[in-house]
Design a protein around this ligand. Structure first.
Ligand SMILES: Nc1ncnc2c1ncn2[C@@H]1O[C@H](COP(=O)(O)OP(=O)(O)OP(=O)(O)O)[C@@H](O)[C@H]1O
Ligand SMILES: [Mg+2]
Length: 304
């Protein structure tokens, strides 16, 4: 599972992880559950159907498949599995019963979504797991605890029957060593605070937290705590560049802003490190994340 504050790089990191884990002839499934079609956008594909579709090949004949889970389709599949609804299920959809069911019981929606992830994770064929790993581009930090705490949610909905059984199965898989919730953050105040909160929440729920992934890390261009105009002027002159007063002032202000930002980043990095959890840093890629960028991030995640 990959969570993080909105916009910190969850989808990019999840995709890179799915690629990395598929290297060397393995097969992974990259799943999204928020109906955003973020995976299709990232890979430059048409919107993904509710079906597992190959989206990339890797070394040694490995492959990444992707799935956009739609709660309505998941509910129909689920009803069909337990009650063999068939055409009746399609009729249900027509009368809007599914919208009704998933709106009235938001917890049910999450059981269906995580239930589908569990099904893919544990699916076997010829005595062998179909997927070596399943990577979920999960909801953001603000909602992750609630999303994954399916038993508490469904205990209120179902005291017995298949929904209870299903949610118990999901709950125990989520609390097993097969699961790791990786938390993506930028070195900025809000994402770091949300990461700390989410890690505390997941720990309370006994859901295994994986790595802290610091994304978009920028190299230190300067060291030290302060830059003076005199230094900048000397530097410009040494480089044979004109050192007009306005240029010197502007460059000094920029350099100082960079140092102040570095200081903040350093204190946030320290705050994260104090948790004593494994951390990975991914660099800010110039120009954003394209397919080559994903391979780059995948290699870094894999060799971290
Ligand atoms: N390491 C990186 N270097 C450069 N750009 C990045 C990096 N990681 C992410 N981005 C860019 O930041 C933006 C947000 O990334 P992404 O969509 O993966 O985040 P997200 O957490 O999934 O966002 P949302 O909360 O909207 O789903 C994208 O434009 C992506 O290309
Ligand atoms: Mg996303």
């Amino acid at each position: 599972m990959v969570t993080g504050k909105g916009g910190t790089g969850k989808t990019s990191v999840a995709a890179a992880l799915a690629l990395g884990l598929a290297a060397g002839g393995r097969r992974t499934l990259l799943v999204e559950v928020e109906g955003r079609q973020g995976i299709a956008q990232l890979f430059g594909l048409d919107p993904l159907p509710y079906a597992e579709k190959r989206i990339a090949g890797t070394t040694g004949g490995g492959e990444v498949r992707a799935l956009a889970v739609d709660p309505e389709e998941a509910l129909l599949e689920y009803l069909d599995m337990f009650y063999k609804l068939g055409a009746a299920g399609r009729a249900l959809r027509k009368v809007g019963a599914i919208d009704f069911a998933t709106t009235i019981a938001p917890g049910l929606r999450d059981v269906l979504l995580t239930g589908k992830v569990k099904e893919a994770t544990t699916r076997a064929q010829d005595g062998r797991r179909v997927y070596d790993a399943v990577v979920l581009d999960a909801p953001p930090t603000g909602r992750i605890g609630r999303f994954l705490n399916v038993t508490a949610e469904t205990a209120r909905l179902a005291k017995m029957g298949p929904i209870k059984t299903q949610s118990e199965g999901v709950s125990s898989l989520l609390r097993s060593p097969m699961t790791a919730v990786h938390v993506v953050t930028l070195l900025e105040e809000m994402p770091v605070q949300e990461s700390l909160d989410a890690i505390a929440e997941l720990t309370d729920l006994h859901i295994p937290v994986g790595r802290i992934i610091v994304n978009g890390a920028r190299p230190a261009l300067l060291t030290g705590g302060k830059v003076t105009k005199a230094e900048v002027k000397r530097g410009l002159t040494a480089a044979g560049l004109p050192a007009a007063t306005a240029t010197v002032s502007q460059l000094t202000a920029e350099a100082q802003a960079h140092l102040t930002r570095r200081e903040l980043e350093e204190s946030l990095r320290l705050e994260l490190a104090e948790l004593g959890r494994p951390m990975i840093e991914l660099p800010q890629l110039p120009g954003g994340v394209d397919l080559d960028g994903l391979d780059d991030l995948a290699a870094r995640l894999l060799h971290a």
